[in-house]
Design a protein around this ligand. Structure first.
Ligand code: SER
Length: 436
């Protein structure tokens, strides 16, 4: 293997440490004092109060590798690059360097540190957007990139692509500049118009080389300027490994392939169910190790949904759920050198996964049979009452029902589901004599 993920971690942290960045530990996945977030979803999330100026950082330049969970792209897990759990390699300037230096650091590390093939590299910058009329197009980043890249490989895009944050409903945010690697036409849609804004797999985003944290989005949707101009940059470790290890997908890197092997022989790397189990078991192991146990509310529901979704795929791929326990052991083995909490909580992780798989496993088959019965009468839409029955009686999270339905081109009446859920809560309150 050209470069191991262990070496990537070290090179990244050494580089920024040599450039006066203080190395921080990864924070827990459970946000502290942050009601806007259920789980830590980015390297900057635990550092928000530094960007707002509410707290002073230990140093103005910081870096780390932060464990993160994002479920907004969960339906894409199974392709080459999307994950629910990932490690973000981050560097930050809290009111210190700004756009030009952030671009210089990224270029220098990619070129001289890692030896990336820069002829495949594209950069995107914020080109202005009606959504944020007060935020000007980012000329400074564009000029900074022009030192290194031909103009036709610097692409200006709108807020959907090049305005990041806040992490949560409110908070620090700003325009950003991202780096993409062109993986070649064979990876993509094949259209001549394909560029980094296309959602095919040709252009892989490897580094958000700088979110320029100048603004705060408040609860009314208004932007105000922050007291400091800061940089929040982040690169996904798994994606770096894909390119540097010269493999097709994240599942062939040394970060995930040992987990894949629990579920499938090497020749079955493209099975979507195997990929989903691999990603979800890693995510569930990390979440439970941080004290998030499967349940029906808030962040606990995220881990429940992930395990139940993995169970559905175990059934589709005809895998014994006992393999889940073997997978968590591999996760602990692979990642505990960097996250010692995994060793301390190994027993709890196994217990929580066993309990969840036992509970849901029992009803999964009956629930699926029930779903089959619902399909013919649903025409195009599964009623809220049927979706709620699947949840209440068989423990099917709404999202899972939606996914299974989507495979048959059916929709779920979500409003109807919510009404049923409210009625159910009301009945429970009354049964408890009005106690909330
Ligand atoms: N917060 C930014 C992101 O998640 C940069 O790390 O993309």
């Amino acid at each position: 293997m050209s470069i191991t993920s262990k070496e990537i971690r070290k090179k990244f942290l050494d580089y920024f440490s040599e450039h006066s960045h203080l190395i921080l530990e990864s924070a827990s996945l459970v946000p502290i004092n942050d009601p806007t977030l259920l789980v830590v979803n980015s390297g900057m999330a635990p550092l928000k109060s530094y960007f707002t100026g509410e707290q002073r950082p230990p140093q103005q330049r910081l870096c780390n590798i932060q464990k993160c969970v994002r479920t907004n792209d969960i339906e894409s897990v199974g392709d080459r690059h999307h994950l629910t759990f990932f490690e973000m390699m981050g560097n930050w300037s809290i009111g210190d360097y700004f756009k030009e230096e952030a671009v210089d650091f990224a270029w220098d590390l990619l070129k001289n540190g890692f030896g990336f093939d820069l002829s495949q590299m594209y950069a995107t910058v914020f080109g202005g957007d009606k959504k944020f009329p007060a935020v000007p197009p980012d000329e400074e980043s564009k000029v900074a990139w022009e030192k290194y890249l031909p103009k036709d490989r610097i692409i200006s895009l709108g807020a959907k692509f090049n305005f990041w944050g806040p992490a949560g409903d409110t908070g620090p945010c700003g325009p950003c500049t991202e780096i993409f690697i062109d993986r070649g036409k064979n990876y993509g849609c094949g259209k001549d118009s394909c560029d980094p804004s296309c959602n095919c797999e040709r252009f892989l985003e490897i580094w958000n080389a700088g979110v320029f944290m100048e603004y705060y989005l408040d609860e009314n949707g208004n932007l105000r300027e922050l007291p400091l101009k800061s940089v929040d940059a982040g690169a996904g470790l798994d994606r770096f490994a894909v390119i540097l290890q010269g493999v097709d997908s994240i599942y062939e890197t040394d970060l995930l392939s040992p987990i894949v092997e629990v579920f499938a022989p090497k020749d079955n790397l493209e099975s979507k169910s195997v990929r989903i189990m691999t990603d979800h078991l890693r995510c569930a192991t990390f979440m439970i190790a941080d004290g998030i146990y499967p349940a029906n509310t808030k962040r606990e529901y995220i881990v429940r949904r992930i395990i139940r979704r993995a169970l559905l795929h175990a059934r589709l791929a005809e895998k014994d759920p006992e393999s889940f326990i073997r997978a968590t052991k591999v996760v602990v083995e692979l990642f505990s050198p960097y996250y010692p909490e995994l060793i301390r909580s190994q027993g709890i992780v196994e217990m929580a996964i066993r309990r969840e798989t036992a509970t849901f496993g029992k009803t999964l088959n009956r629930g699926l049979k029930e779903l089959e019965k619902v399909f013919p009468k649903s025409q195009e839409v599964i009623s809220g009452a049927d979706a709620f029955k699947l949840y209440e009686t068989y423990g099917f999270p709404l999202e899972l029902t939606k996914e299974i339905a989507a495979e048959k081109s059916l929709k779920v009446d979500e409003e109807g589901y919510k009404n049923q859920l409210e009625k159910h809560k009301e009945r429970s309150r009354q049964a408890k004599g009005g106690v909330q």
